[in-house]
Design a protein around this ligand. Sequence first.
Ligand code: C2E
Ligand code: CA
Ligand code: CA
Ligand code: CA
Length: 279
Amino acid sequence: AKRDPGTSYRFYDRQLHISAGYQLRLEADLRNALRGRELEVYYQPRIDLATEEVRGVECLLRWNHPQRGLVGPDEFIPVAERSGLIVPIGYWVIEQACQRLKESAELGFPGLVFAVNLSFRQFHDRKMTETIFRIIFNANVDTSLLELELTESAMMHDPEYAQRCLRELNQLGISFALDDFGTGFSSLSNLQHLPISLVKIDKSFVEELGQSADAEHIIRAIISLSHSLQMSVVAEGVESEGQLEFLRQQHCDEVQGYYYARPMPWNELVQFLNSRSQA
Ligand code: C2E
Ligand code: CA
Ligand code: CA
Ligand code: CA
């Protein structure tokens, strides 16, 4: 329920009991963070189950707050979303991803996919397609290695708009992943006319593997439906051998989770990639 743009902030308020003053301070801090290089992108590998190779990475924001230390996105993205700051922050993440994408090819890892999250507000920014076009044009990257992750609610809020934007960006080579699948209310059939190549199973289902037969049924159904619609499947939040084994048996295409690697700074990712290519 936390991913739904309409309710996420209320959830946040309730959970942390934050005052209006605190919110304003956080917002001001975040504005400075964007200017002052306190934001950092971490990278979490995605492993291909058939080859055990790193297929790509998901770009995940972190905030190195001068007083509060490393702050996770669940704490500040709702504030960024509400204030609109998520729009410039989100474009900054895409720029970072493009730079790292080029760097990874120079380091001997061509073909690594870079996945970036697009929030509801950013997806509905009037200048979204135009700005993304400018970023990828300036960076001069292989756009087939750039993937944007969107939730069902971001896509289904205005289906015609979503269709137009996804098609425009898809024509430039960018691909799309459906994030947190299973947590919203729409079904894959609503989304079948959109150019989506990948479905990400929400970690709440993976977490329940072995404890709930329902989770198994749901995951099996998502994989089989996605495959029949020619979409690949990534399971998120894979932490154990048992979960991995189940997903492998179900022919899940890729996994992402602490079992293989946590999100990490760029330098650590480079070490991680090097150690695996030598193994
Ligand atoms: P998400 O897109 O669903 O990202 C996956 C989250 O699952 C990440 O949390 C990741 O660290 C976490 N995760 C991965 N593997 C495991 C695991 O094995 N176990 C557990 N318990 N967790 C795992 P993170 O980095 O805290 O990000 C939270 C959310 O913040 C993301 O959820 C995404 O919705 C949002 N976010 C992160 N970066 C960005 C960004 O650049 N832009 C936007 N708009 N949203 C972002
Ligand atoms: Ca994501
Ligand atoms: Ca996700
Ligand atoms: Ca999630």
